[in-house]
Design a protein around this ligand. Structure first.
Ligand code: MN
Length: 502
């Protein structure tokens, strides 16, 4: 998806000259050992680079300037082994453009009761050094991640690793180009938004193209590429009889393969890692791209249907965050409700475009009429998705700010087979229950389009919202309607006062 090995995070240890050379040498050695330990952890996906201990305002400013200018550096981690008077950090922190994580750890885990003396106390000062450092960032209203825990523990390493994944997603957005093939679905509100504000806020650039830009690539697809891809379809999926060689719908599969090859060529030529389409602007495309979009998502592309560029960009960022983790991530839509006497559920799906990374088994490859858009019958992959914890995330434009809404859900097995439903789908139980979850979602203006992930937890998106400086609303097992409404009201005032949004 991306080349993680090329990326790095800088580990910056703060101190001052007051302690003398011997202590500063020990500080440097200890912080190098922490970096080595974190780099050896399988939970930490990005290489940490140990930087010289910073002891003066000039050294701090210099390392922040270098971090800003280094394109491989996706963020910094800071730690105050000793006391580092925080006025020294003001200039450096004010110019820092990269995400920052404040790791509140300590070189030794426990107090050595029988040996502890004042030398030990002078060396191991993060308990107060990190508080001084925390104050200045709070005083400067600087958003950052704070992680508290001993660096050798799995819990701390996991938190560091997860934050690095979010920083990778953020780094991806800074260079992301989204191609909109066609415009927004006519008259739809929630998929619209301010693309200029989005570029200022998230870095992502969103620009419009025409179906003819893709068709041009479709027309130059070679027979050998086409035959190779048809073989891939035969190997990776259960093709229904009509799509197999000699089947009466074989031409539909050939058209779908040409669309995939053409779309891939278009995206590669333009350097796009995310895209949208819409059934109302298909031009000369014979089918609404289904199989092609599903397979591109599985390869890590962001996608949003009906011109939904916000979801396309969010999906790409979240796909990058999940690289190497178990569990899939897909474009999703709340499609149909299942109200029962016991509990209520939502069936998530889309007309075609659900990513097979969330499939529970080998997908079947089928062709059915769409009943919308007036094109030929599109080919699509059909599958169920495994049960277990997941979440839906929706990014909406509130006019003066972007709002990210997250609902934790529990995917469950459908009560019965769905032999006549020709699309991939997931059934979930939204937390805390259907009533509170969906009432809150609707009050928040959450979209019908979401990113559905089994690989990320809410904490990833909380960190993402902090890095982006956007509003986050979480609906989980602790949500109550009254508290949620209060949060909505409080946030209106907060974002009006501070104009963080745009
Ligand atoms: Mn839709």
């Amino acid at each position: 998806m991306i080349n993680i090995e090329q990326k790095e995070v800088w580990f910056i240890t703060g101190s001052q000259h007051l302690y003398g050379e011997e202590t500063l040498n020990q500080v440097a050695a200890n912080s190098a050992a922490i970096v080595k330990g974190l780099n050896e952890s399988s939970l930490v996906p990005v290489k940490l680079v140990h930087k010289d201990t910073v002891k003066t305002p000039d050294e701090i400013t210099q390392v922040m300037l270098e971090a800003n200018n280094n394109t491989d550096c996706i963020g910094i981690i800071t730690w105050m082994h000793t006391f580092s008077p925080a006025k020294m950090w003001i200039n450096g922190l004010s110019i820092l453009k990269k995400p920052i994580c404040h790791l509140h750890t300590q070189f030794n885990a426990e107090i050595p009761w029988s040996k502890i003396d004042m030398d030990f106390m002078n060396l191991n000062q993060s308990a107060h050094g990190d508080r001084e450092f925390g104050f200045i960032m709070s005083r400067m209203r600087k958003k950052r991640k704070v992680i508290v825990g001993h660096w050798k523990t799995e819990a701390t390493q996991r938190k560091v690793g997860n934050w690095l994944r979010v920083a990778l997603g953020w780094d991806e957005l800074q260079n992301l180009k989204v191609a909109r093939i066609g415009d927004n679905m006519r008259q739809v509100a929630v998929t619209e938004g301010d693309k200029v504000a989005a570029q200022i806020k998230f870095g992502v650039s969103v620009n419009g193209y025409d179906a003819s830009d893709v068709v041009k690539h479709i027309n130059s697809v070679s027979d050998s590429d086409l035959n190779k891809l048809l073989k891939t379809y035969e190997n990776e999926y259960e093709l229904t009889a009509s799509l197999k060689e000699g089947g009466d719908k074989r031409d539909s599969l050939i058209d779908a393969a040409k669309i995939e090859l053409g779309l891939r060529a278009f995206l590669e030529e333009g350097g796009f890692k995310a895209f949208t389409d819409t059934f109302e602007n298909l031009g000369e495309l014979k089918q609404l791209p289904g199989l092609a979009v599903q397979r591109l998502m599985a390869d890590g592309y962001g996608f949003g249907a009906e011109g939904d560029w916000k979801t396309a960009a969010l999906l790409r960022a979240m796909k990058v965050m999940t690289q190497g983790l178990d569990g899939g991530t897909s474009f999703m839509e709340d499609y149909t409700n299942h109200f029962t006497s016991d509990r209520d559920y939502v069936l998530g799906s889309h007309m075609l475009e659900i990513c097979p990374s969330i499939a529970d088994a080998k997908p079947t490859c089928e062709v059915h009429p769409l009943g919308i858009g007036g094109k030929e019958d599109p080919v699509r992959l059909v599958f169920n998705s495994p049960k277990g914890p997941a979440l839906n995330a929706s990014l909406v434009d509130m006019g003066n700010r972007f709002r990210l809404i997250v609902n934790e859900v529990e995917a469950v097995e459908p009560e019965a087979d769905l032999p006549n439903l020709p699309v991939a789908r997931v059934l979930w139980d939204p937390k805390p229950d259907m009533d509170v979850a969906v009432t809150s979602w609707i009050l928040a203006g959450g979209a019908h389009h979401t990113v559905y992930t089994q690989a990320l937890t809410t904490e990833f998106l909380e960190d993402f919202a902090d890095i982006a400086g956007i509003e986050l609303l979480v609906i989980d097992d602790k949500t109550t309607l009254r508290q949620f409404k209060d949060t909505l009201n409080a946030n209106e005032a907060y974002y009006h006062l501070f104009q963080h949004g745009m």
